[in-house]
Design a protein around this ligand. Structure first.
Ligand code: NAP
Length: 230
């Protein structure tokens, strides 16, 4: 049976590392984001490496659109083996003492509602393939006073709150889906990723390829649900 990964939130960083690694391991790759040109260029670059990649435009904050996307990927590639949830509402609800209700809901729409729509729609496939849900997270979500002060001072409170909820969701989904042999794994990024705006001025950013390798190791070995890179 062919293997397929859906990479939701495609750009130059982690998602490229994951798409390249899983593609090199024989997966079909569905690239998902909101910018068609970036997706088309990404799919062409993967194809040039011999990887079977197709671009799909969808907004990760829209659960109905994400459900439809999963159906489209299944119609294109067949059974879905893995979902990589990489999108995030980066600049939303930065100051939780002033953010609007819409902004606050927005961060959870991407981190939780869209993700759960993908998982629920793909669940029959994930169970049939003994597949995986792979989630990127960021250290803003860690329960740590120093990080709380940094997130508040840098106007990243909404992202930090959603990351913390997403971290809990990893554990809950892992517990719920263990009996079905569906693996749930998280790579926590405690640093900045080379090629993304977060890495500006950082002399030692994390290589996207390292994140791709780390996700693949979690997926392949299934010994641990969590990895942390800094
Ligand atoms: N970069 C870092 O230094 C860093 C640090 C800590 C944690 N992280 C975590 O890493 C993940 C992101 O990885 P990355 O920064 O390396 O980014 P990336 O893989 O380069 O690309 C992420 C892509 O997600 C897409 N996206 C954003 N919102 C979306 C939405 N609503 N629907 C569909 N696609 C959407 C964006 O493309 P469009 O705008 O075209 O849709 C963006 O290019 C996040 O979970 C973040 O919390 C990153």
């Amino acid at each position: 049976m062919s293997k397929t990964i859906v990479v939701v939130g495609f750009g130059p960083g982690i998602s490229t590392g994951v798409a390249e690694k899983f593609g090199a391991e024989g997966f079909n790759v569905a690239l998902v984001g909101r910018t068609k040109e970036r997706l088309d260029a990404g799919a062409a670059a993967l194809k040039a490496k011999g990887i079977n990649a197709v671009a799909f435009v969808a907004d990760a904050s829209n659960p109905a659109a994400i459900g439809k996307l999963i159906d489209e990927v299944r119609a294109t590639f067949g059974t879905i083996t893995a979902i990589h949830w990489n999108a995030y509402g980066d600049s939303q609800a930065g100051d939780l003492t002033a953010a609007s209700e819409t902004e606050i809901r927005g961060v959870f729409d991407v981190a939780i509602s869209g993700l759960l729509s993908a998982v629920q729609t793909a669940l029959p496939d994930l169970k049939a393939s003994k597949g995986a849900v792979l989630i990127t997270n960021g250290a803003f979500g860690e329960l740590n006073d120093q990080i709380n002060h940094y997130a508040a001072a840098s106007n990243n409170m909404g992202l930090a709150m959603a990351n913390a909820a997403k971290h809990k969701l990893v554990g809950l989904l892992a517990a719920k889906l263990k009996a079905d042999d569906v693996f749930v794994g998280e790579v926590m990024i405690a640093g900045s990723i080379k090629g993304t705006s977060w890495a500006a001025g950082n002399p030692n950013p994390i290589e996207p390829s390292l994140v791709g390798e780390t996700f693949y190791k979690l997926f392949d070995q299934r010994a641990d649900n969590y990895a942390r890179l800094s």
